[in-house]
Design a protein around this ligand. Structure first.
Ligand SMILES: Nc1ncnc2c1ncn2[C@@H]1O[C@H](COP(=O)(O)OP(=O)(O)OP(=O)(O)O)[C@@H](O)[C@H]1O
Length: 283
């Protein structure tokens, strides 16, 4: 079977066409050309692959910390398509981390909603929005290695796994995912007995990613993934994020715009008044 890549905009003119391309599969049997030069449609079988897709959507989200008088975030709305890479940048203290925490379900917006919306290939919502449950989201904080608690890599990864009765099946499932997660972040050569604090900076970040990937999040949020790393480790993490982008959706907050620019599908600037604006990276 041969396949021909063509831009989805050619096929559908969809609003999401900047991210996706569609594939037409063509029958291997030769076309029959009629004596008048026309194509015999019975032998030319083309099937269109469905391109329904989901978006993580943030709608009119505002946040005022309990007991305070001022909104940190004001009417934030944006949409991030699945398997794409979104980057939020902006000055320190503008509220980027606060927004990530809301999306991860660690705190609740004062108003607004956060959900998943499924669309047809021509850009129309095709079912009701679904609440974005925190279990579908993984978050890696800035300097995640500071929060490592275990004496060895294995315990670090399984820290927080269910220990109560009845949780065995889930733990077995998680264990079977462990190998996959370790492989996908390039940690499979590392002994599970190793002290996490003895790993290099780049490997500590890989471990932090593996801890989240075991839970198979659909959306992975990363706060300053390159902060504090040397040039080699930064390059390794950028490469890793590029690989991960094919498997899940990534939303990243970073000041390292130049290094991440090649991965970015969509970007936004957070203003000091807690307003988020769609903006190309200034690089
Ligand atoms: N619970 C809270 N109560 C009051 N103020 C808060 C609370 N949480 C955060 N802030 C303040 O909100 C502002 C935004 O913080 P946040 O960490 O989200 O910014 P940021 O853009 O991620 O900054 P950086 O780039 O330095 O990480 C800061 O001034 C912070 O002190």
């Amino acid at each position: 079977m041969t396949s021909v890549q063509i831009p989805s905009s050619t096929l559908f003119g969809s609003k999401s066409s900047i991210y996706r391309s569609s594939t037409i599969f063509r029958s291997p049997s030769p076309f029959r050309i009629g004596s008048d030069g026309s194509l015999n449609s019975k032998t030319f079988r083309v099937c269109r692959i469905s391109c329904d897709y989901s978006c993580f959507e943030i709608k009119d989200v505002s946040y005022r910390p309990p007991g305070t008088e001022i909104n940190l975030l004001n009417g934030i709305s944006f949409s991030l398509q699945e398997k794409s890479f979104g980057l939020i940048f902006g000055r320190s203290g503008s509220g980027k981390t606060t927004l990530l925490q809301l999306i991860a379900g660690l705190s609740k917006p004062t108003s607004g909603s956060i959900y998943i919306q499924r669309y047809t290939d021509d850009g129309y919502p095709n079912q009701s929005p679904e609440f974005l449950h925190p279990r579908r989201v993984g978050i890696v904080f800035q300097f995640p290695e500071r929060y490592f608690v275990a004496d060895n890599v294995l315990d670090e990864i399984i820290f927080g796994w269910p220990r109560q009765r009845g949780g065995l099946q889930l733990r077995e499932l998680l264990a079977s995912r462990l190998q996959k997660a370790m492989t996908s972040v390039g940690l499979n050569g590392i002994s599970l007995d190793k002290d996490p604090q003895s790993l290099s900076g780049g490997y500590k970040r890989r471990l932090a990613l593996a801890i989240q990937l075991v839970q198979m999040p659909e959306l992975l949020i990363l706060d300053e993934p390159l902060a504090g790393l040397d040039w080699k480790a930064r390059a390794d993490v950028v490469k890793l994020l590029k690989d991960l982008k094919n498997k899940l959706t990534l939303l990243v907050v970073s000041h390292d715009l130049k290094e991440l620019a090649p991965l970015v599908d969509q970007s936004w600037r957070m203003e000091m008044d807690g307003v988020l604006k769609s903006e190309c990276l200034p690089v």
